[in-house]
Design a protein around this ligand. Structure first.
Ligand code: BGC
Ligand code: BGC
Length: 827
C-alpha cells in the first residue's frame, strides 16, 4: 500500500497538478539581443559540436558545486560549469581568500582544458554569488546590499560597482556571477527583499541595465567581456518578488499583466545590454513552477524577448517540479532550461539526462540548441583563449584588486548615497565631531551585521570583525573622524560610558539572514524584544540626545524607535565601509557639511506591521535633507499585530534562548536562577548547567539533575498562541544528546501561566536513543494539548525535567515538521 502510494505520487501530481495560466507572448515587451549575426562564431560552435559525443554534450548542460564535484569529475563527465554555493569554499573551509579561489580555479581549469585523451577541450564556466561585491572572498570590498543602492537612485554608481565587482571576481579566477537580482519585491516580508533594488519596476529596470553593463562591460566596446569583466546573470525569472505573503520560493498568484508590468521590468533592459545568462526562479506562477513553464521560459523569454544567451536553473530547483527529482528532470530541459544547477545531484542528473536524450525524451534538437547557447556564451566571454586563471592580468596581483583602495572609496560613496534620513528633529544632525559622542547598540561595532546575508557565508552568520580585514565598522568610522577633529568618542554596545556624552548614536537592527531564513510573518522588528528601544529611551532619560541608525535589509515597523530618538537614519545593509555613515552624520572639523543626505526611499516605509497597509508612514521617494529643517511629530504606535501573529517558532538556538525568551533553572525548592549564560546552578544544587561544544565552541548546554523536582525552563516575554500550529501537526523539536539516563522519569512540558502545564513523558523515547549521539526528538504539539496545556497562552514553550543522575545536552529547541524520533502522545 505504501509503495503504491509513493510510486503513484509524482504521476498523480503531474496529472492533477495545476495547469498553466495562459500566456500571450505578444502582450509582453520585446527586447533586442544586441549581437549581430556572427558567422565566424557560428562556424566555431558548429565545428566544435561536430566533434562532441552525446555524452560530452550532456555534460555541458550540468552545473555542479565545488564541494560535490572534483576536477577529475569535470574531466570525466565534461561538465559545462561549476559553482561555489554560499557555503562552498575551497577545501571545505568556512571562508576563503583570493589565493585559495585562484588555486581552485586553476585546478578546475586544467581539468577541462589539459586533455590527454584527445577529446575537445571546452573551458568551464565558474559561477559564484558576487551579489554585493565579491562577497565570498575574505578581504573583498563589500558594497551596500541592493535594497540600499536603490535609495541612491544613481545608475552610474551601480555601473561602477558592477565594474569593480567584476574586477575583484576576475582577480580570483572566476568568470561568472549570479547577479544582478532584478526581482521587484512587493512584500518585504520576503527574506530576499534586500537583494532587490526597489519595489518600483522603473528603478529596477534602470539599475538592471546599469549593473549588467558594469559587470560585463558595454556591448560593442573592446571592454565587453574582456579580462576585467565577468558574465552576469539576470535573476530570478520570473515573479520571485511577487509570491503570496512574500514567501520565498512561493507562488505568485497574480495576473499575466502584473507579471509583465511589475516583475518583468528588468529583463528587456538586461537583454538589450547583452546579459549572457538568465537564472530561472524557484518560485511558481499560479501554481506552476517556473523551471517547468515552457510558455514563459521559451515563448516569452527566448522568443518574444529575444534572449539568446544561456538559461540556467537555480539550486536543485528543477527537483521541485511535480514529476521531477533533483537527479531527473527532462521536463525542465524541454521547457527551455539550457543548464540545470545540480550542486550535489549532478551525477544522477547527468545519467538520467543522457538516457533521456538517447531515448528521445529530450529531443536531439533541444540538446543541440542548449549546447550551442552554452558554447556561444563561452566564446563571447573569451574563455577559450583566456588561459590559466592565475595567469590572467588581474589575477597576477589579486591583493591589488580585491579590496583595493579605489573600490573601497567607491563603496564608501555608495554608503553615503544610500542612507535615508527619516527624522531630524531640532536639527540634531549633522553632529559636531569636536564633541563627546557615544556610539551604542549591538550594531555599533559589528561589520557582519552591516553586511547581512550572502557575506562570507550563505547566511552571513558565524562571523566576527576579524573575518573582515580592511573593513570598518560604523562605530570605528565615527570614532576615527571624531578623534581626528579633536572630539571624544566611545563605543559601547550596551550604552555604558565613562564620561557623559553630548550625544549618542545608537546603531541597531536585523541579524543577518538569507533566502527563506529571512521570511517574516509580519513587519515587526524583533517581536517580544524591546531592548534597542529601551536603550534609546534609557539614554534619552539621562538627557542625552539620540541619533538612531537602523540596519536592515528592508523597511520594518519601528515607529516606537523613531519616536524615541531625535533623529532616525535608515542605513540598510551598508557593507564593509562603515565610515560612509560618519561622512554624512558628522560635520568636518571646521564645521562644514561635506556630505548631505542623498537617499530617497526605494521601498515605502510601513505605518503598521501589517504588510500592504496604505498609506505608508513614509512614501517611496521620501528622504530628508539637512536644509529641510522638518519636525516629525509622534507617529502612531499601534502595530496592528495581535499576539497570535508574533513569530512563535524558535526558542533555544546554540544553547541560548533567542531574542524575546529567557531561560532559567528552577531548583527542587522552586526558586528560579537565570540561565541565559553558559554555566549556572540552581540555588539548591538540584540542577546544574554547563557549556558543551557541538558544532562550535560552547554552543550547547549540558543539564545534570540531582533531583527529579528540578527543571529547565524557557519563558516567553509575552505569551504565544500556538493553537494554529497545534492543528497543523507541528512538533516541538529538541536537538539533544543523552549523556546519562538512569531512570525513565524524564518529561518535556509546555507552560501556560500559573499552575497550567501540559507534560509529556519522555523517558521511554530517550531510553531508545543511543547515548552520546545527537538526535532531534520531536513531540507533537497536540500531545501537550491532550495533556492539559492551553495552546492559546503558552508562556513557557519548553520545560524539561528528569530524575536524579540524568544528564542531557541541548543544542536547539524549535517548532518543526520533522525529527529523527517522534514521540507518541500518551493515551
Ligand atoms: C539562490 C540563487 C543563487 C544560488 C547559488 C540559490 O539558492 O536562490 O540566487 O544564485 O543558490 O548559490
Ligand atoms: C548554498 C547556497 C544555496 C542554498 C540553497 C546553500 O547551502 O550555500 O548557495 O543558495 O543552499 O538552499
Amino acid at each position: 500500500m505504501l509503495a503504491l502510494t509513493l510510486s503513484c505520487l509524482p504521476l498523480a501530481a503531474a496529472i492533477a497538478g495545476p495547469s498553466a495560466t495562459a500566456v500571450h507572448p505578444d502582450r509582453w515587451p520585446s527586447a533586442h539581443w544586441p549581437f549581430p549575426a556572427d558567422p565566424a562564431l557560428e562556424y566555431k560552435v558548429a565545428g566544435l559540436m561536430a566533434k562532441m559525443t552525446v555524452e560530452e554534450k550532456v555534460g555541458q548542460l550540468i552545473q555542479a558545486d565545488i564541494l560535490s564535484a572534483t576536477p577529475e569529475d569535470v574531466r570525466k563527465y565534461h561538465l559545462g560549469a561549476i559553482l561555489a554555493g554560499g557555503n562552498s569554499k575551497p577545501g571545505g573551509a568556512l571562508t576563503a581568500d583570493a589565493k585559495q579561489w585562484l588555486a581552485l580555479s586553476d585546478a578546475f581549469y586544467r581539468a577541462a582544458m589539459d586533455r590527454h585523451d584527445g577529446r575537445p577541450a571546452i573551458p568551464l564556466l565558474f559561477g559564484i554569488d558576487a551579489v554585493h561585491g565579491h562577497n565570498n572572498t575574505v578581504g573583498a570590498t563589500l558594497f551596500p546590499q541592493n535594497s540600499a543602492l536603490g535609495n541612491a537612485r544613481d545608475p552610474e554608481l551601480v555601473r561602477q560597482i558592477g565594474a569593480a565587482t567584476a574586477a575583484e571576481v576576475r582577480a580570483t579566477g572566476i568568470n561568472w556571477t549570479f547577479a544582478p537580482t532584478i526581482a521587484v519585491p512587493q512584500d518585504v516580508r520576503w527574506g530576499r527583499s534586500y537583494e532587490g533594488y526597489s519595489q518600483d519596476p522603473k528603478l529596477v529596470a534602470e539599475y538592471s541595465r546599469a549593473m549588467v553593463e558594469g559587470l560585463q562591460g558595454q556591448v560593442g566596446t573592446p571592454q565587453f567581456l574582456d579580462d576585467a569583466h565577468v558574465i552576469a546573470t539576470a535573476k530570478h525569472f520570473l515573479g520571485d518578488g511577487g509570491t503570496k505573503d512574500g514567501k520565498d520560493q512561493g507562488d505568485a498568484e497574480i495576473s499575466e499583466q502584473q507579471l509583465i508590468d511589475v516583475h518583468a521590468a528588468g529583463y528587456p533592459p538586461a537583454i538589450d545590454a547583452g546579459v549572457q545568462t538568465v537564472m530561472a526562479s524557484f518560485s511558481s506562477w499560479n501554481g506552476v513552477k517556473m523551471h517547468g513553464n515552457k510558455a514563459l521560459l521559451t515563448d516569452v523569454l527566448k522568443q518574444r524577448m529575444d534572449f539568446q544567451g544561456l538559461l540556467v536553473g537555480d539550486w536543485n530547483a528543477h527537483g521541485q517540479i511535480p514529476g521531477c527529482s533533483n537527479t531527473d528532470c527532462p521536463i525542465a530541459y524541454n521547457a527551455g532550461m539550457d543548464m540545470l544547477m545540480a550542486p550535489d545531484s549532478w551525477k544522477g542528473l547527468y545519467e538520467h539526462t543522457l538516457a533521456e536524450v538517447k531515448s528521445g525524451t529530450i529531443p536531439m534538437a533541444r540538446l543541440d540548441d542548449a549546447v550551442a547557447r552554452i558554447l556561444r556564451v563561452k566564446f563571447r566571454a573569451g574563455l577559450f583563449t583566456a588561459g590559466l586563471p592565475s595567469a590572467q592580468p588581474l589575477a597576477r596581483h589579486p591583493d591589488q584588486v580585491v579590496g583595493s583602495p579605489a573600490h573601497r572609496a567607491l563603496a564608501r560613496r555608495a554608503v553615503r548615497e544610500s542612507l535615508v534620513l527619516l527624522k531630524n528633529n531640532g536639527g540634531l544632525l549633522p553632529l559636531d565631531p569636536r564633541k563627546r559622542i557615544l556610539v551604542a547598540g549591538e550594531g555599533a561595532d559589528n561589520i557582519s551585521r552591516q553586511c547581512g546575508g550572502w557575506t562570507l557565508t550563505w547566511q552571513g552568520t558565524g562571523l566576527n570583525n576579524k573575518d573582515f580585514p580592511g573593513a570598518q565598522s560604523i562605530g570605528a568610522g565615527i570614532a576615527d573622524q571624531v578623534k581626528a577633529a579633536g572630539g571624544h568618542a566611545e563605543i559601547a554596545p550596551d550604552g555604558s560610558y565613562t564620561h557623559k556624552p553630548d550625544v549618542a548614536v545608537v546603531v541597531f537592527g536585523e541579524d543577518p539572514y538569507a533566502e527563506f531564513q529571512g521570511d517574516l510573518p509580519n513587519l515587526l522588528y524583533r517581536p517580544g524584544d524591546d531592548h534597542d528601544l529601551e536603550l534609546i529611551r534609557h539614554l534619552k532619560a539621562q538627557g542625552i540626545p539620540v541619533v538612531a541608525v537602523f540596519l536592515s535589509g528592508r523597511p520594518l515597523w519601528v515607529n516606537r524607535e523613531i519616536n524615541a530618538a531625535d533623529a532616525f537614519v535608515a542605513a540598510w545593509l551598508p557593507g564593509s565601509e562603515g565610515e560612509g555613515v560618519a561622512d554624512v552624520l558628522l560635520r568636518t572639523r571646521d564645521g562644514r557639511i561635506a556630505h548631505d543626505f542623498h537617499g530617497r526611499l526605494a521601498y515605502a516605509w510601513p505605518r503598521t506591521a501589517l504588510p500592504g497597509q496604505a498609506p505608508p508612514q513614509f512614501p517611496l521617494g521620501y528622504g530628508l535633507r539637512y536644509t529641510d529643517h522638518a519636525t516629525l511629530g509622534p507617529l502612531p504606535e499601534v502595530s496592528g499585530i495581535h499576539g497570535e501573529q508574533v513569530p512563535v517558532g524558535n526558542y533555544l538556538e546554540r544553547g541560548k534562548p533567542v531574542h524575546g525568551y529567557a531561560a532559567s533553572l528552577v531548583g527542587a525548592d522552586g526558586d528560579p536562577v537565570p540561565a541565559n549564560v553558559s554555566a549556572a546552578s540552581a540555588g539548591d544544587g538540584s540542577l546544574r548547567m554547563s557549556a558543551i561544544d557541538f558544532h562550535a565552541q560552547e554552543d550547547s548546554r549540558r543539564l545534570a539533575w540531582t533531583s527529579a523536582r528540578a527543571r529547565f525552563t524557557v519563558q516567553a516575554r509575552s505569551p504565544l498562541d500556538l493553537d494554529r500550529q497545534t492543528n497543523g501537526d507541528v512538533l516541538l523539536v529538541a536537538t539533544l544528546r543523552v549523556d546519562a539516563l538512569p531512570g525513565a522519569d524524564a518529561w518535556v512540558g509546555l507552560g501556560c501561566g500559573h499552575g497550567c502545564q501540559g507534560r509529556v513523558p519522555l523517558g521511554a523515547a530517550l531510553a531508545a536513543l543511543p547515548q552520546g549521539r545527537w538526535t532531534r526528538v520531536g513531540v507533537p504539539l497536540k500531545c501537550f494539548r491532550a495533556a492539559g496545556a492551553d495552546m492559546h497562552h503558552i508562556d513557557r514553550p519548553f520545560e524539561l525535567g528528569a530524575g536524579a543522575g540524568t544528564a542531557l545536552t541541548v543544542f536547539r529547541v524549535a517548532l518543526g515538521t520533522d525529527a529523527d524520533q517522534v514521540v507518541r502522545c500518551p493515551r
